[in-house]
Design a binder for this molecule. Structure first.
Ligand SMILES: [Fe+2]
Length: 281
């Protein structure tokens, strides 16, 4: 549920933002970013959507060290009008949506510990920057994220946050795309995870299901393990168009009569997509 009246913690601005304090990162923290970056850049060749890889390139995220949010925001602003702001951790739904609706992406500023290189539950600066920001350099995805923020503010009023959160989870965080060059990953939770970026495409277990808005909004998800299923869009343009054209209020109403679908469950009417056998990148 949205926490409308929750005030920002002390030290944060009323919109929950805090300074990144870039100068406070230690050399070891910058080295950890470099290590994570190098490992993932290699892993994503032939696996990530071209749009994601282009974003990495144009934003110069390969520069050594944890990026400076101000510098990165300047580059992003020139491309799509987005910026990156630091927050102390998870923020209330309405604060999150308000930022997205105004083309500001909220990011954690801390970096994981070296023993968490493979997995951590709370989003750190590597997940948030490496995982999310390259997609924001793409004008279509940038518009989708803003439309999601605007939809979120409406969902708060309609009491439908949980439904909409599933759309975010199954696209922005864990989405796959089959845009003609084969199945590719674009979801930030996958691209920022070494193990899951191979698992999502190559493991025989998780079904890859063609995206359907209503179906996605009925589908629960796991936050503590690799996803038991993935949803596949065929274009970012299609996803944006659908999000802008869907009248969500009657959809939320209609969904009240439909039971939830368990993570990984395949139901009648699902169109399954089989990944092509992977060749060397
Ligand atoms: Fe994320």
């Amino acid at each position: 549920m949205a926490q409308l009246a929750q005030a920002a913690p002390s030290g944060a601005a009323p919109d929950w933002t805090i300074p990144q304090d870039w100068a406070r990162y230690t050399p070891a923290e910058h080295r950890l970013w470099d290590r994570l970056f190098a490992r993932q850049a290699l892993q994503l060749k032939g696996r990530a959507a071209p749009v994601f890889l282009e974003g990495l390139e144009v934003l110069q995220l390969s520069k050594p060290g944890i990026p400076d949010f101000a510098e990165l925001s300047q580059r992003l602003d020139e491309l799509t009008g987005w910026s990156v702001v630091a927050v102390p951790g998870l923020v209330p739904d309405e604060v999150f949506f308000e930022h997205l609706a105004n083309r500001r992406f909220v990011a954690g500023r801390f970096i994981r510990r070296p023993d968490q290189i493979d997995y951590l539950q709370e989003p750190d600066v590597f997940h948030d920057l490496f995982g999310h920001v390259p997609m924001l350099a793409n004008p279509v995805f940038a518009d989708y994220m803003q439309a999601y923020g605007q939809g979120g503010l409406r969902a708060v009023r309609l009491g439908a946050i949980d439904r909409l959160a599933r759309l975010y989870w199954h696209t922005v965080e864990f989405g796959l795309i089959d845009g003609g060059e084969g199945l590719r990953i674009y979801g930030s939770g996958i691209v920022s995870s070494h193990g899951e970026s191979a698992y999502a495409l190559e493991d025989p277990r998780p079904p890859r299901i063609a995206f359907d808005m209503k179906r996605v909004m009925r589908t629960r998800y796991r936050i503590d393990a690799y996803q038991p299923a993935y949803f596949v869009i065929d274009s970012f343009e299609g996803l944006l168009r659908l999000t802008l054209e869907t009248d969500f209020a009657p959809l939320y109403e209609a969904l009240k009569a439909e039971p939830d679908i368990e993570p990984g469950e395949v139901i009648a009417g699902d169109r399954l997509i089989t990944p092509a056998r992977r060749t060397a990148p």
